[in-house]
Design a protein around this ligand. Structure first.
Ligand SMILES: Nc1ncnc2c1ncn2[C@@H]1O[C@H](COP(=O)(O)OP(=O)(O)O)[C@@H](O)[C@H]1O
Ligand SMILES: [Mg+2]
Length: 587
């Protein structure tokens, strides 16, 4: 397939820039590899010389000299292989670190829509293992493969020169053995793939169970889960045992044929010639030495070739990732965002995919400085509306205008700078409270962080902490309450001084005191700002300058609280539900 071929060279081309940055490391590694491969050919020849010449001549001085050469060659080979391994693993680590970094940098710029379609956790894990495979390409694979090929060619040449007939017998046998070993390895690798899949399956299960631990323990499901895991592990165990049996039986048979069979064959072929004086004992020695040195590379080359194939598959997957269209490519608008008047949704239609309309002909106006509340049942399109406002997705039909300029023509980063988004699912980053409030943006002075904290009345909470603002927030914020998380997210929005606050109200049940506190903080956060709030609390709605009532992707009623109380049956129903305490937390 020409496409595949194109891809292979394409992949190589992608790697070149990474190698070029460390070209000396690379070139020296290659050089060391060539020298060691050639040196490995020489030492048997030195011994052969001693056997064939020095011993019959009883030339002691020459024996000692050749003995010294022998020691020298071995020492240099050892040192060079050591240096080569060191340099190349360094090269591999450097290249792959840069490589992974570039992938992550690209990931950060991918559109939200892309993340919706990807199981991101799985993806990151795959990048990790794929990169490891690609690393092998630099650190040892290419080197051992090329080195062994050089050695193999060298062996064939030297043997042909010394004793062409015997060599010509041997070569086809060796090649046939190597090729059949390759097929054996390929066969066995299928088993290994299956084992990896089983492993992944078990790991995924365990992860899920651990995440659901409170449920597991309260429902006393521990035994049941152990049983399920036992079944999977048993299955995997039996399969692994079978695999290792096949693998070791087959590879020991091969080793036996190589080691014993080939050597016996050589002796068989050469003995008559040695007796007839046609072949020297030194040559026999060289043959046996070379063959024994070839065994390992020949067995190894099958595995190496497959590893290279896998590395290229991995490389392909990674490169595919870096080719995914980034936001910079999608959203090329360059106009500066001026927001002095209003934001207008002008007959906006939107579908996440195809023609499954989630928003149908939505028109609305958000005047500067006003507070707009979106209410409506779950799934009616409120979150989608604010996602469009943040330009996470392009609108399918119609347009969004900021002071009359289409959002698509506005510079995306600058537009987002104006927005403070507070989501339903509050996200905490790994780090302490300060870092979470300014999201690693050191341009925001500590004073402003303090101020933001004061406005949302988080001071009490922070004073209670031993390390104050330096308090580390545990993974996913498990060491703080839902309400405190909410306040941190308010402080975060404030610290960035946005012009427009967009808020998807949390629906998690929060106690009345915290609720009141959050309400107060919210009013502080919103005062004087343009705000779009997906509102579940009546209190957020009453103060709104306009309420938009969503149903099935359409705005069915709009007005202030009191206007709607009079005119909208659906709104009255919404208010009634709010007033019933048991329904207060439902959505
Ligand atoms: N990322 C998404 N991909 C596909 N469909 C989605 C996505 N997000 C929301 N939807 C669908 O769009 C509709 C509106 O959802 P949403 O805007 O989240 O409603 P609300 O915030 O009012 O509860 C729902 O039917 C929901 O299933
Ligand atoms: Mg929502």
């Amino acid at each position: 397939m020409s496409k595949k071929k194109h891809k292979f060279t394409y992949y190589l081309k992608q790697l070149i820039p990474y190698i070029v940055r460390d070209k000396w490391l690379f070139l020296f590694g290659i050089f060391a590899m060539l020298v060691t491969s050639s040196l490995r050919l020489i030492d048997p020849l030195l011994i052969a010389h001693i056997i064939d010449k020095s011993v019959p001549d009883k030339n002691m001085a020459e024996m000692i000299r050749y003995g010294m050469y022998f020691v020298g060659v071995i020492a240099i080979t050892g040192i060079l292989s050591y240096v080569q391994v060191l340099l190349l693993s360094k090269l591999g680590i450097k290249i792959i670190t840069r490589f992974k970094f570039n992938i992550f940098r690209h990931l950060l710029k991918l559109p939200i829509a892309w993340f919706n379609e990807q199981p991101v956790g799985e993806l990151i894990a795959r990048v990790e293992s794929d990169s490891e495979r690609v690393r092998g390409l630099f650190s040892h694979l290419s080197i051992t493969i090329i080195g062994n090929l050089v050695f193999f060619v060298g062996v064939v040449v030297v043997l042909l020169v010394r004793e062409s007939k015997v060599t010509l017998y041997l070569i086809p046998i060796i090649i046939i053995l190597a090729v059949s070993y390759y097929f054996l390895i390929r066969y066995i690798s299928k088993f290994y793939r299956k084992i990896r899949e089983m492993n992944a399956d078990i790991t995924a299960k365990i992860t899920d169970y651990v995440q659901g631990m409170p449920v597991v323990q309260t429902l006393n499901r521990e035994d049941c889960i152990i049983d399920r895991l036992r079944v999977s592990s048993e299955k995997k165990k039996r399969f692994e045992i079978k695999t290792s049996f096949i693998e070791y039986s087959a590879s020991s048979s091969f080793l036996f044929v190589f080691n014993v069979g080939l050597v016996a064959l050589i002796i068989l072929i050469t003995s008559p010639k040695i007796i007839g004086g046609l072949v020297s004992i030194g040559t026999l020695f060289v043959f046996i030495q070379y063959i024994s040195r070839l065994i390992w590379p020949l067995l190894q080359i099958s595995e190496d070739v497959m590893q290279v194939q896998r590395a290229f598959v991995s490389l392909g997957r990674i490169l595919e990732l870096t080719e995914a269209t980034s936001e910079d490519d999608l959203h090329r608008g360059s106009a500066l965002p001026y927001f002095e008047e209003d934001i207008v949704f002008d007959h906006v239609w939107f579908a996440y995919k195809d023609e499954e309309w989630v928003l149908k002909d939505v028109s609305l106006t958000i005047p500067k400085g006003k507070r707009i509340a979106l209410v409506g049942a779950s799934g009616s399109g409120k979150t989608t509306t604010i996602s469009l406002l943040c330009a996470f997705y392009p609108v399918t039909r119609g347009q969004i205008l900021v002071d009359g300029v289409p959002l698509t023509e506005i510079n995306l980063r600058l537009w987002r700078e104006k927005i403070g988004l507070i989501l339903q699912d509050i996200f905490l980053f790994p780090g302490n409270i300060t870092e979470n409030i300014r999201v690693y943006n050191d341009d925001i002075p500590a004073e402003k962080v303090r101020q933001a904290i004061g406005i949302v009345s988080l001071d009490d909470f922070i004073e209670k902490q031993e390390r104050g603002l330096e308090t580390e927030l545990a993974e996913r914020g498990q060491n703080i309450s839902q309400g405190e998380k909410q306040l941190i997210s308010f402080a975060r929005a404030l610290a960035f001084e946005p012009e427009v606050i967009i808020m998807d109200e949390a629906t998690a049940s929060i106690d009345p005191q915290t609720e009141a506190k959050i309400q107060r903080s919210m009013n502080e956060v919103l005062s004087g700002k343009t705000a779009v709030i997906v509102a579940h609390r009546l209190t957020s709605v009453i103060d709104a300058d306009q309420i938009l009532l969503f149903r099935d992707g359409e705005i069915i009623d709009r007005g202030t609280h009191f206007e709607l109380l009079g005119s909208s049956k659906d709104y009255r129903r919404f208010v009634e539900l709010q007033l019933m305490p048991t329904e207060n937390t439902s959505e």
